[in-house]
Structures are given as structure tokens and as C-alpha cells.
Design a protein around this ligand. Structure first.
Ligand code: ADP
Length: 632
């Protein structure tokens, strides 16, 4: 049958180059990747056979075989799993479907040192290609279960691969690594060594639920011997914590989490009683790059009585815990259970509730027991967890207890709401926060002026979800959550504050101007009033306590929802020279066109100061230019 030659897709080629010139120092892991793929293929076949009893496949002895041929310097990883069709081989092996790969490659170029590169590779998982770290040629022979014909794929990793249809291929996949020449200085990394192969399997793949057998070459005398099973196949989640080493847990995490780094936290749960199950959950140490993408695949692995049922089982955890990886093994579910059924199953909902509480409890213990670990957790996953404040009212208190926020107090430390309330000075009744796009922009917002001057602590909230949960939550331990950009601000009185009488006089002096401006700017603002927020800026815009913030308004619009445009309140700083002069000019009834323009300019400046954009930028620029010209 003809052999066809194909080019690797660009990204695939780049990745292969990286493997060949191996940036990764621990080459041993190639075997874990191949065994892991084989194990997945066996899981898939087992499942396919369960679902479709007409499938023409042999599932009587599913296993993985490793075969060493010292003379030929090959190592073969063979499975009798699901296999791949001709088209699948081209798609799955010749290209990189993962959309994050381009980003990965860019980041990798930027990562100067090898350690950075290793970390990145771990994050993206390069699977099959890692074989090219140790082999200069890889051949793969595969036949999809139920199909008559097989496929041979072969490549030296240099830009092209060949595909060929094969008539007599066994069901499943075998990957033959033509190992690079032996390095006499580095015997430790000779993958034709039985000892070495055994050691790697034991270390990385012991928990694989299928037997990994070593066949062929045994202990150096070349004689054929009985196949030997190298792994214990023990399900770690079913064993007590004392029996399992930290390292074993970590290897399982790496297998199911497609991560080469250690997890931040390991969580075990064994539920007994009428609905029995075991769970082993992991919190990664790093947020995946696509955590906020629509297509982010999340969920736990579901097993039923040690049999793998499905990946990415979303029903087991709420979306705001989508970063958690792990395994759940239930005793009393049907092996045929489908995703649709799971979504509605009462037991699954109970499991979800329990697992959620367990994860939140572990975050709590990080917070109280290990500040550094908690800080890492919150940096990586805080923005996701806060979604739960909106979507999961049942766990709102638990979430509020573990949430922390950037603050105007201290340098770079975060504060929990509890800590904030504890250190609130006498006379302060509310928890103040500001929302915005970045720390810089909120810190310099005019809304912060009075708070800064009086040293009132303000939480700096810069995740998009902050706009939403603050509204939904409303209060904490009886203290209102208040945006510094909303409503009237009534900060505790100070000695040097104006007296009541003086304030009344000021209000009287400005009454005319305020009324007149409200008319002039009626299209954009619903009220003009004197501010207690401002110390430096002439004006700012605020919302009524119940209005949508501008950010929330545009968020709803972006989601295609109709929301009315909320007119806001313009606040003037009565102590600012510009505002004072405007009031005097208004009193003297000078040129009104000029006055109107000043009022409009003040409004535009307030919009700009909070990072917005004037309604008619061209007109604004024209007006400003005229004014500036007159100052020269
Ligand atoms: P990943 O395992 O991270 O998806 P790989 O490059 O290792 O990436 O593999 C790509 C795909 O090729 C797998 O998702 C799987 O569909 C298929 N594949 C790899 N190895 C096997 C195998 N031994 N049997 C069947 N399919 C396989």
C-alpha cells in the first residue's frame, strides 16, 4: 500500500524541535506520557464496549505492554485499547489541536531559563511528542477497535511524517521508539535497561488501573521470560492517607491534571453510608491559561467501582471550582450513567455539595494555617472563586470567610472582610470599596480623594466579577458594602471639618449654579450637587446607591441584555478654584454660552477622571483647545 508523506503543522513542528533539543531535563517522563495515553485508550475502549455491545472488539485482557529490544535499541509501548483510524492519526498526532499551544510557544520563547521552560511545558502537556526527547525515530502502528484496517505513522521529528494503511495490524496502538545512541557517560538514562524502565513505571505510573507488563528482554541474558506486571494498580483514593506517600499522590495528580508540577493541595474524602464514594481532589499550584475561556474543560474523573467512566464530569463541582482536578469513585452508580443523567441525579447533587464544602474548608485551613500557600491560592484562583459569591448563595458565608482583597492599607498585602471590620475605627459603619480595571486606575480615581485624605481604608477590587458580587452580597456581618463611587458619602466628622452652619451657607451660595447646571446637563446627569468626596479634583460622577455602575452596564450590554442608560450624579468640589470662579461668573450673569461650555467641560473632565470617554470627544478637544489658546 502506498506511503504518503505529510508536513507537520507549524506549531507541531516547533514543539517537536523543542523536544528534540530537549529543554526538559527530566527525560524519564516520556514513558509516563506514553503509558498515560495507553491507559486512556484502554479506558475508552472499555467504555465504548459497554455502551455498544455490537462493537467488534476484544476486551477480555486489556493491558499495556512494554518491550525492550536491546540489540535494535528500541522500546515499544503497546496497548490493546481503542486505537485510532487513519484520519484520527493525521489529526491527533500530526497537528496540535490545543488552542493554547501558540500562546505556549510564545511564552516559551520568552522564558529565558530552563526552569521556566520546564514549568511551561508542564502546563501545556506535550504528551506523545515527548517520545522525541529520547528517540530519533518514532513509529506508531494502530488499529481502531471495530475497524478492519490499521495505520502506520512514522517520523524522525524533522518536519514530515508518513502515513500508510496496513492490513494486519492488531487492535490498539503500539509506539516504537528508536532510541538515540547510548551515551557511555550517562548509563543512568539508558532506556533499554530493564531496571530503568521498571523504576520509571513504579515511580510515575503505579496507580494506573490497567496492568503494565514488561515482556521480552528480562535481566540481560536475553532469554524470553514470563511477562511481569510492574505496577500495583492500587486506586490511591480508596486507600487511607497514611498508606500513601505524598509523591504517589503527586504522580496521580500529574497524570489526571496533565500538569508536570506538584499540586498546591491534596484533599481526600471517603464518604460512607447509603451512598458510598471516595474522592481525591487536587488544587493546582497554577491557574491554567484558559480558565476564563468559554471552552474551558473542567470537571473530575468519574469512576464507578474502580472502572473509569468519564473525564471532565462537570456535575461534581460547581463552575466556580472548575480549577479543581481529581477523581471521584462511586459505589452505587450505573456503569452506563450518562452526563445528562448525572446533571439531574440527587446523589450527584449531594456529592457536589459535600465536595464543595470540603474544598472550601481546605481553603480556609490554608488561610488560617499557611499564609504563603493561601496567598498563592488566592492569586491564582481568587477571581474564579468570587464567582461563587453570586452563583452559590448557600456557600456565600464560607466564601466571604476565605476571600481577601487588595487594600489601600499596607503595601501589597491583602485583607479579609473580617480583618477589615476588626480594624475599622470607631465611627466608621461601612466597608468601603472601589471597583475598576486596574490598581493604578482605582488608586488615582477622584472618588478616593476624601478617603485618602482621612486615611479611611478602601478595598481595591479590580476583577470583572467584583462589580457583580458586591451588588449581590450587599453586606458582611451587618456592615454594608459601599462603593466609594455610589451614593452620598458621610465620613466620620473631624475637628477641622466645616460646622453645620458653614455648610448650610455654602449650600445656599451654590444653589443657583447647581440648579442651572442640572438643566444644562440634563441629558447626561440627573442631579448636580456639592461633593464631600473631593479634595483635589473639581468634579466627579457618582451613581445612586441602587444604580448599575457604568462597568456593569456595559457588561450587561456585552451579554446582549437591554439595560436603560442610567444617568448619574455630577458632584462639584466647592473648594476648587474652578468651581468657585464658575459660581461667581454665574452670579454675575456673564456670557451664558461661555458658562454652558464650562459646565460641559467640567462634566467631560469628570468622565475622563474615572477612565471614561467624553460623549463627543471631537467637540471636547475643540473646546479645550480654544480655552488653552486663550491662556497663552
Ligand atoms: P494528549 O494525550 O495530551 O491529548 P497526545 O499528543 O499525547 O496529547 O495525544 C494526542 C491524542 O492522540 C490523544 O488525545 C489521543 O486521542 C490520541 N492518542 C495518543 N496515544 C494514543 C493511544 N495509545 N491510543 C489511542 N489514541 C491515542
Amino acid at each position: 500500500m502506498p506511503t504518503e508523506t505529510f508536513e507537520f503543522q507549524v506549531e507541531a513542528r516547533q514543539l517537536l524541535q523543542l523536544m528534540i533539543h530537549s529543554v526538559y531535563s527530566n527525560k524519564d517522563v516520556f514513558l509516563r506520557e506514553l503509558v498515560s495515553n495507553a491507559s486512556d485508550a484502554l479506558d475508552k475502549l472499555r467504555l465504548a464496549a459497554l455502551r455498544d455491545d455490537t462493537l467488534d472488539a476484544d476486551v477480555s485482557d486489556l493491558h499495556i505492554e512494554l518491550e525492550i529490544d536491546r540489540d535494535a535499541r528500541t522500546l515499544t509501548v503497546r496497548d490493546n485499547g481503542i486505537g485510532m483510524s487513519y484520519d484520527e492519526v493525521g489529526q491527533l498526532i500530526g497537528t496540535i489541536a490545543n488552542s493554547g499551544t501558540a500562546e505556549f510557544l510564545r511564552e516559551l520563547k520568552e522564558a529565558q531559563d530552563a526552569a521556566g521552560a520546564e514549568g511551561l511545558i508542564g502546563q501545556f502537556g506535550v504528551g506523545f511528542y515527548s517520545g522525541f526527547m529520547v528517540a530519533d525515530e518514532v513509529t506508531l502502528l494502530t488499529r481502531r477497535a471495530g475497524e478492519p484496517q490499521g495505520t502506520r505513522w512514522s517520523s524522525r521529528g524533522e518536519g514530515t511524517y508518513t502515513l500508510e494503511r496496513v492490513d494486519d495490524a492488531p487492535q490498539g496502538t503500539s509506539v516504537v521508539l528508536h532510541l538515540k545512541p547510548a551515551d557511555p557517560d550517562n548509563q543512568l538514562h539508558d532506556y533499554t535497561s530493564v531496571w530503568k524502565v521498571k523504576e520509571i513505571v513504579k515511580r510515575y505510573s503505579d496507580f494506573i488501573t490497567w496492568p503494565v507488563r514488561l515482556v521480552g528482554e528480562k535481566d540481560g541474558d536475553g532469554g524470553a521470560a514470563e511477562p511481569e506486571t510492574l505496577n500495583s494498580m492500587k486506586a490511591l483514593w480508596a486507600r487511607s492517607r497514611e498508606e500513601v506517600s505524598e509523591e504517589e499522590y503527586h504522580e496521580l495528580y500529574k497524570h489526571i491534571g496533565h500538569d508536570w508540577r506538584e499540586p498546591l493541595e491534596t484533599i481526600q474524602l471517603q464518604a460512607e453510608g447509603t451512598f458510598e464514594y471516595q474522592a481525591l481532589l487536587f488544587v493546582p499550584a497554577h491557574a491554567p491559561h484558559d480558565l476564563f475561556s468559554q471552552n474551558f474543560r473542567h470537571g473530575l474523573q468519574l469512576y464507578v467501582k474502580r472502572v473509569f467512566i468519564m473525564d471532565d464530569c462537570e456535575a461534581l463541582l460547581p463552575p466556580y471550582l472548575r480549577f479543581v482536578k481529581g477523581v471521584v469513585d462511586a459505589q452505587d452508580l450505573s456503569l452506563n450513567v450518562s452526563r445528562e443523567i448525572l446533571q439531574q441525579d440527587r446523589h450527584i447533587r449531594m456529592m457536589q455539595r459535600r465536595l464543595t464544602k470540603k474544598v472550601l474548608a481546605s481553603v480556609k485551613s490554608m488561610l488560617t494555617g499557611d499564609a504563603e500557600r493561601y496567598a498563592t491560592f488566592w492569586r491564582e484562583f481568587g477571581a474564579v472563586l468570587k464567582e461563587g459569591l453570586v452563583t452559590d448563595p448557600d456557600n456565600r458565608d464560607a466564601l466571604l470567610a476565605v476571600a481577601s482583597f487588595a487594600t489601600t492599607r499596607g503595601d501589597g498585602e491583602t485583607v479579609t472582610l473580617k480583618q477589615y471590620v476588626e480594624r475599622m475605627p470607631d465611627g466608621q459603619d461601612d466597608i468601603y470599596y472601589i471597583t475598576g480595571e486596574s490598581r493604578e486606575s482605582v488608586e488615582s480615581s477622584p472618588h478616593m480623594e476624601a478617603f485618602r485624605e482621612r486615611g479611611v481604608e478602601v478595598l481595591l477590587l479590580t476583577d470583572p466579577v467584583d462589580e457583580v458580587w458586591t451588588d449581590a452580597v450587599g453586606e458582611f456581618e451587618g456592615k454594608r458594602l459601599r462603593s466609594v463611587a455610589k451614593g452620598e458619602i458621610d465620613l466620620a466628622a473631624r475637628e477641622d471639618d466645616r460646622g453645620e452652619g458653614e455648610r448650610e451657607k455654602q449650600a445656599e451660595a451654590y444653589a443657583g449654579l447647581l440648579g442651572w447646571m442640572r438643566e444644562r446637563l440634563a441629558e447626561d446627569v440627573k442631579e448636580v450637587r456639592l461633593s464631600t468626596r473631593l479634595t483635589v479634583s473639581p468634579a466627579c460622577l457618582v451613581a445612586d446607591a441602587n444604580d448599575l455602575s457604568p462597568a456593569l452596564e456595559s457588561m450587561y450590554r456585552a451579554m446582549g441584555q437591554e439595560v436603560p442608560h442610567a444617568r448619574r450624579i455630577l458632584e462639584l468640589n466647592p473648594d476648587h478654584a474652578l468651581v468657585k470662579s464658575l459660581n461667581e461668573a454665574y452670579g454675575e450673569r456673564e456670557d451664558h454660552a461661555e458658562l454652558t461650555e464650562t459646565a460641559e467641560l467640567l462634566h467631560s473632565l469628570a468622565v475622563l477622571a474615572e477612565g471614561g470617554r467624553p460623549k463627543d470627544p471631537a467637540r471636547f478637544v475643540q473646546q479645550m483647545a480654544n480655552r488653552l489658546e486663550r491662556t497663552l
